[in-house]
Design a protein around this ligand. Structure first.
Ligand code: UFG
Length: 344
């Protein structure tokens, strides 16, 4: 009998959420097979995972869009479950290069599903996003809150991928799927061995804040302070990546243990607490004792004023809840940036 509870194929496992999830899976008794093409990640991420867990992990450099290469992975490794992280995620870029997003995000995903069907691998966990809710009519959003038409090709790939999974689970016997709708993942592993590694100018708030604190960016632009929110800046639900990783473990357990109530299930993965841009910035400054110059600028196109999660379903069904303290999360983000930049 294997010493492991099961094996999980992690596509995009060298990425930000993938690395943290691989660590959490290993710590929970699973073995992992990680694949990544390093299109938006570095081999050092795999080394970071190995240092944290204290052993080598199985890794193959594979492009999930290449079905023949991917077939080799299915032939060489036994696993019951696939977590599919591999995708492009820059909302703005997707507006200018829609085909790049549709090709990469959907072809890779359909290759995975096709091979799961062919090789009779039963469980797939898909990385969805709160972006599917768009500018929701009621807040917080539950899994039943109607999705709004996607405002970017990136967001559309998430909606389409959810629907593909729903249809596959409905049609194919023995096929099970969970879509986790992530809110805004932030933070890094406390060891500072893994974290988010954006290339070029960051799009997301926390990497921009940490790079400004590190002196790489001159000034943070806060996009709009005239929203209908308490301080006029947007409200988001910032979830620590360690908590997010644990939600994946809980979802994998649910599939592997045969505990799913439907063949296709969706869960919000957030904290349930809205935090404004200025609040997050001020908490970051205070928690780390650093300076972050900022200015208020115009709204960013496509931003919704507010979105945060109702996490009741995940709490109840996955037995999971976000636990990390926001100040600890913000300290971990800064420690990671310092580690990357060699700042003492
Ligand atoms: N923001 C700034 N300045 C910046 C960057 C961001 O003020 O330099 C603000 C944004 O306007 C927004 C908040 O910080 O109000 C969070 O912005 P992020 O870009 O970090 O996150 P988003 O909520 O826009 O994006 C997240 C995910 C995407 C997903 C999107 C849509 O990162 O994958 O939610 O819900 F598509």
């Amino acid at each position: 009998m294997s010493e492991y509870k099961d094996t999980v194929l992690v596509s995009g496992g060298a990425g930000y959420i993938g690395t943290h999830t691989a660590v959490a899976l290993i710590e929970a008794g699973y073995d992992v097979v990680i694949i990544d093409n390093f299109s938006n990640s570095e081999p050092t991420a795999i080394e970071g995972v190995e240092k944290i867990v204290g052993r080598k992990v199985t890794f193959e450099k594979v492009d999930t869009c290449d079905i023949n290469a991917l077939r080799g992975v299915f032939e060489r490794h036994e696993f019951s479950t696939v977590i599919h992280f591999a995708a492009y995620k820059a909302v703005g870029e997707s507006m200018h290069e829609p085909l790049k997003y549709y090709m990469n995000n959907l072809v890779s995903y359909m290759n995975i599903l096709e091979l799961m069907k062919e090789f009779r691998r039963p469980n797939v966990l898909f990385s969805s996003s709160a972006t599917v809710y768009g500018d929701a009519e009621t807040l917080p959003v539950t899994e039943q809150t109607p999705r709004q038409p996607a405002t970017s090709p990136y967001g559309n790939t998430k909606q389409i991928a959810e629907d593909i999974l729903r249809d596959c689970c409905r049609a194919y016997e023995g096929f099970h799927g969970i879509a986790l709708r992530y809110f805004n993942p932030i933070g890094a592993h406390p060891s500072a061995l893994i974290g988010e590694l954006p290339r070029g100018v960051p799009n997301n708030l926390i990497p921009f804040i940490t790079q400004t604190a590190a002196g790489i960016r001159e000034c943070l632009s806060v996009f709009g302070n005239d929203y209908d929110t308490p301080d006029g800046t947007c409200l988001r639900d910032y979830i620590d990546v360690l908590d997010l990783a644990k939600a994946h473990v809980a979802a994998v357990n649910r599939m592997v243990d045969g505990k799913m109530k439907e063949k296709y299930e969706i869960f919000n993965v957030g904290t349930g607490t809205p935090v404004s841009v200025l609040e997050l910035l001020n908490r970051f400054i205070k928690a780390n004792g650093v300076d972050v110059p900022y200015k208020i600028v115009a709204r960013r196109e496509g931003d919704v004023p507010a979105v945060w999660a109702d996490t009741t379903l995940a709490n109840k069904e996955l037995g999971w809840k976000a636990e990390r303290d926001l100040d600890d999360t913000l300290r971990a983000s800064w420690n990671w940036e310092k580690h990357v930049r060699g700042i003492k």
